[in-house]
Ligand binder design. Structure first.
Ligand code: HEM
Ligand code: NFK
Length: 285
């Protein structure tokens, strides 16, 4: 019997004549996907493949994240709270993947990286269009980033549209206003290309929700979803900064920045400031 030979026989129903049919490789366009790794080091450096694939897989997850965050914003705009929760749950898991993936790149030592770093020229993750779109969707708007894409008008247009559109938090504040919460008018119609400006007047809105969670359970759950998203996103930033620190120390970045110091400063940014501040103020007399 095959079990004794430690093999699994094919079943007779399994398709083996796939000429002209939709196949795995065809559906997934694997011919293109798996021939898109082009190491530049010469002679080829063993670890450049890791470097390329780490970035390419990150870009694929970022693509899904943009897809899901865009849907999340659209659900919120249309008061589809349950659907919003489903999509955001997926975003959190995608961010988990992106964050945990740093452990693969952390196996690259400084000595190995230095052997091929020079081939990267001025290229840098700083120029990732999809990463910048995610930052803008979450609300970290920065008009200055658009000029980084001057060399690519299509990319520049995509980023400009993301800059000009309301972010997740903007749509959330509009949602709260529609459902009777006292969101100041300045947050309901404004120049969306600016980042959200922290506002004391929003604190009572969130205090009311967090102090009466039975009544406002929908709003409360949405708030906690946003807190999860920001926390998870910060973990990605932190792991990136620590990975960079262990691989290039305090060297300048290939993109022209100061390196680790520049990445550390991103950790002080916040998408949803009032959602963290409300935690300080609730429960006080
Ligand atoms: C050896 C590995 C890596 C090193 C040494 C490194 C280093 C750096 C440095 C120094 C910067 C600052 C900009 C600059 O001057 O270049 C940066 C930015 C960035 N990197 Fe990396 N990086 C690495 C891997 C990755 C990976 C795998 C990704 C995944 C896509 C990534 C995405 C980014 C992004 C999105 C930024 C912009 C961050 C921001 O604007 O706050 N990096 N990286
Ligand atoms: N900024 C990195 C280079 C780097 O990591 C990189 C280069 C090209 C494409 C993506 C990259 N990833 C993140 O910045 C460095 O300074 O070594």
């Amino acid at each position: 019997m095959s079990i004794e030979k430690n093999t699994r026989p094919l079943e007779s129903g399994i398709y083996t004549d796939l000429d002209g049919q939709l196949t795995y490789a065809g559906y997934l366009d694997l011919g293109r996907l798996l021939s898109a790794q082009h190491p530049l080091s010469s002679p080829p450096h063993h670890d450049e493949m890791l470097f390329i694939i780490q970035h390419q897989t990150s870009e694929l997850w970022l693509k899904l994240l943009i897809h899901e965050l865009t849907a999340a914003i659209e659900h919120l705009r249309n008061d589809r709270v349950w659907q919003f929760g489903k999509v955001v749950a997926r975003c959190k898991r995608v961010l988990d993947q992106l964050t945990n993936q740093w452990s693969v790149l952390e196996t690259l030592t400084p000595s190995e990286y230095m052997e091929f770093r020079e081939i990267l020229g001025p290229s840098s993750g700083f120029q990732s269009l999809q990463y910048r779109q995610v930052e803008f969707l979450l609300g970290n708007k920065n008009a200055g980033m658009v000029k980084v894409f001057k060399h690519d008008p299509g990319a520049q247009q995509t980023l400009q549209s993301a800059l000009d559109a309301p972010s997740l938090y903007d749509e959330f504040l509009r949602y709260l206003a529609r459902w009777g919460h006292a969101v100041p008018a300045a947050h309901l119609q404004r120049d969306w290309s600016e980042p959200h400006a922290r506002n004391d007047d929003l604190l009572p809105v969130f205090e009311r929700i967090y102090e009466d969670t039975n009544n406002f359970y929908r709003e409360y759950a949405l708030c906690e979803d946003l807190v999860d998203l920001e926390t998870q996103f910060q973990l990605w930033r932190y792991r990136h900064m620590r990975t960079v620190m262990r691989i290039i120390g305090f060297k300048r970045g290939t993109g022209g920045s100061s390196g680790v110091d520049f990445l550390k400063r991103a950790l002080d940014l916040t998408f949803f400031p009032e959602l963290f501040e409300v935690r300080t103020s609730i429960g006080r007399d």
